[in-house]
Design a binder for this molecule. Structure first.
Ligand SMILES: Cc1cc2nc3c(=O)[nH]c(=O)nc-3n(C[C@H](O)[C@H](O)[C@H](O)COP(=O)(O)OP(=O)(O)OC[C@H]3O[C@@H](n4cnc5c(N)ncnc54)[C@H](O)[C@@H]3O)c2cc1C
Length: 268
């Protein structure tokens, strides 16, 4: 991991409130694996002392790194305003990313909302190594679905929207009983309620090897502040350092994702 003075290459709104930002950061592009993240410095001076974690969405051979982010607060609002040529202070890549087992040939990827961000790089890697990939994308409405033209070729996509404006009407989790049995391994990124729903599925579905990326609130990114501690079957773990990717069955859901203690005073 490294602190990198990157430069914004492009930044545009992909759908209302979601931005795709590319930055020149060869040190991170060379090392990052799907599911890893960078801590992004937002704001000027001492305005926002805590960096914001963002998954590496994609990398390019010419040393660029992409982030796909939803504007939810001050940090991401600031990031959405960055223009080509602006400096960007990054720290990464961090964390333990997704792990495709050597025996897995058929992968099911499940994206809830902005959770598509880390799964595109994973799909790319999986296709390149000869795996077959089904990517399920769910969101509220058609205009918030990641555009087909940006997806890697050679994957099958299945879409679900809550209002039925594209694909199946309903939640992406409603489709899982049909797709999970065919998969050797499952990978997901989305809101915590999506994982909780998955954890409640029948044991046949639940027992499939399933890795989930936890986008909880992070303070430091290096295991120092302990603000992202969760309960797992092996004891306490830090999302920033031991994760952010965990085996779904390892997470103790009734205790795992504690309210973001300290967040209100940590984040300014
Ligand atoms: C490992 C990791 C990877 C992530 N990758 C991405 C990514 O690729 N794209 C992306 O859009 N987001 C991602 N996130 C979430 C992202 O870090 C937060 O949305 C961001 O820090 C919010 O900063 P802010 O200053 O804009 O909002 P703040 O002002 O800090 O918060 C504004 C509001 O958003 C809520 N919020 C903040 N963080 C989160 C969160 N993690 N989950 C749910 N609600 C939150 C707060 O409770 C508050 O209501 C990731 C988080 C983690 C831990």
């Amino acid at each position: 991991m490294k602190q990198v003075n990157a430069t914004v290459v492009s930044n545009h709104e992909l759908w209302p409130g979601a931005y795709l930002l590319w930055a020149q950061a060869p040190e991170i592009a060379a090392l990052a694996r799907p599911g890893q993240y960078a801590m992004v410095r937002c704001g000027e001076g001492h305005d926002m002392p805590l960096r914001r974690p963002l998954s590496v969405h994609r990398t390019s051979l010419d040393g660029n790194v992409a982030f796909l982010f939803a504007v939810v607060g001050r940090g991401t609002e600031w990031l959405a305003q960055r223009k080509k040529g602006d400096p960007l202070d990054l720290f990464g890549p961090l964390g333990n990313g997704f792990d495709i087992y050597p025996s897995s040939r058929k992968l099911l990827l499940i994206a809830g909302g902005i959770g598509i961000a880390p799964l595109v790089a994973l799909a790319e890697q999986a296709v390149a190594t000869g795996c077959s990939v089904t990517l399920m994308i769910g969101d509220r409405t058609a205009t918030r679905i990641y555009p087909d033209r940006l997806l890697p070729s050679g994957i099958k996509t299945v879409v679900a929207t809550e209002d039925g404006s594209l694909g199946m009407k309903g939640m992406v989790t409603d489709l899982l009983p049909k797709f999970i049995p065919e998969a050797d391994q499952v990978f997901a990124c989305g809101p915590l309620r999506m994982y909780q729903r998955m954890a409640q599925m029948s044991s046949e579905l639940r027992d499939k090897p399933t890795q989930v990326l936890l986008e909880v609130v992070l303070g430091c990114g290096v295991g120092a502040c302990l603000g992202c501690t969760i309960e797992t079957r092996h004891g306490q773990s830090l999302v920033c350092k031991d994760g952010p990717v965990f085996e779904l069955s390892d997470i103790v859901w009734d205790k795992a994702v504690a309210p973001p203690a300290g967040r209100r005073y940590l984040r300014k």
